[in-house]
Design a protein around this ligand. Structure first.
Ligand code: NAD
Length: 290
């Protein structure tokens, strides 16, 4: 517990609902303490009807910024003054920076995923990724990957609302970046096999593999997973999903969602404080090395 909080401390919020379960306050405050910087991070239960007032409050009280999570990531964009290209394209913001009253919206989920790959020594320039999923995480990853110079993105999703929503994002990515992006119905197993065959990375960005779908995987035939394919899962609980277990058995390099979560938080800290987060220290403090 910090005992030196004085009148100079700056407040960072987290506006979402529900939010009490979030690991972010512990992670962020652990970093601020370690860096010995005058920041404090608090979670606020803010649902959509309260969001406009909450943003007015952020401006009035001079919060340094706020993290934004569900259900507010899309709605919040209309209350901000500036949006990064990733937020413009994805339509979702998870980070607000308040720079002398000017609110800028960022999305650090995709940044966190790409940084996780880079930290693992995986250079994605001119490479191909197959993404399972078309929701918030998948969209953020696809947008950042395209902005970062990935050559091709194959997205697979069931035919639901997410499928329809990501189609307009795909159109923008194809028009505004050099990346070739396409989506296929997840039910088309032959096409899934074909796309993974020349991909460098496979990413599960669905909840399949965590409760209540723990023990399940969208890839059921392990032979799809070549040993030189990097297999990643956005899920971090459990640490090893069924997909990662299968991939490991096939000899693939695997990465779970812890890295994405840590590096997206590190990107937020850079935006709000200008500091580099001590990631190894946080991993150790939060038991992420186990
Ligand atoms: P979302 O609800 O926005 O999207 C869920 C996606 O999963 C959709 O594409 C949906 O079609 C698909 N899906 C759901 N059930 C399915 C099923 N039975 N079969 C096939 N597809 C199914 O959720 P999200 O925010 O994009 O999160 C997706 C996953 O990523 C979750 O597991 C979440 O915990 C994880 N996530 C991790 C991080 C991180 O930092 N590591 C960040 C965000 C999300």
């Amino acid at each position: 517990m910090r005992s030196n909080i004085d009148g100079h401390f700056l407040l960072i919020g987290l506006m979402a609902y529900p939010i009490r379960h979030s690991l972010s306050p512990q992670m962020q405050n652990t970093i601020y303490s370690k860096l010995n910087i005058p920041f404090i991070y608090l979670a606020f239960e803010v649902d959509q009807p309260k969001l406009a007032d909450a943003i007015k409050g952020l401006r009035a009280l001079g919060l340094r910024g706020s993290a934004i999570s569900m259900p507010n990531k899309q709605l919040v964009c209309q209350y901000l003054d500036k949006l990064t290209p990733a937020v413009e394209m994805s339509g979702a913001c998870n980070t607000i920076s308040n720079d002398n009253g000017v609110l800028t919206g960022y999305n650090t989920d995709g940044i966190g995923y790409m940084r996780m790959l880079a930290e693992a020594g995986i250079n994605m320039l001119d490479k191909k990724i197959t993404i399972l999923g078309a929701g918030g995480a998948a969209t953020a990853i696809a947008v950042q990957a395209a902005l970062d110079g990935v050559k091709e993105i194959a997205i697979f999703n069931q035919k639901d609302e997410c499928y329809k929503k990501i189609e307009s994002v795909i159109k923008k990515l194809n028009e505004q970046t050099k990346c070739k992006v396409h989506i296929t119905d997840l039910a088309d197993e032959n096409e899934l096999r074909r796309q993974i065959a020349d991909s460098d990375v496979l990413c599960n960005a669905t909840g399949v593999g965590m409760k209540p779908l723990e023990g399940q995987s969208l890839i059921t035939d392990p032979t799809i997973l070549r040993s030189d394919l990097v297999v990643t899962d956005c899920i971090y609980s459990p640490r090893k999903t069924k997909l990662l277990e299968m991939a490991e058995q096939q000899g693939c390099k695997t990465l779970n969602g812890i890295g994405m979560m840590l590096w997206q938080g590190a990107a937020q800290i850079k935006i709000w404080t200008g500091e580099d987060a001590p990631i190894d220290y946080v991993k150790e403090q939060m038991g992420f090395n186990d």
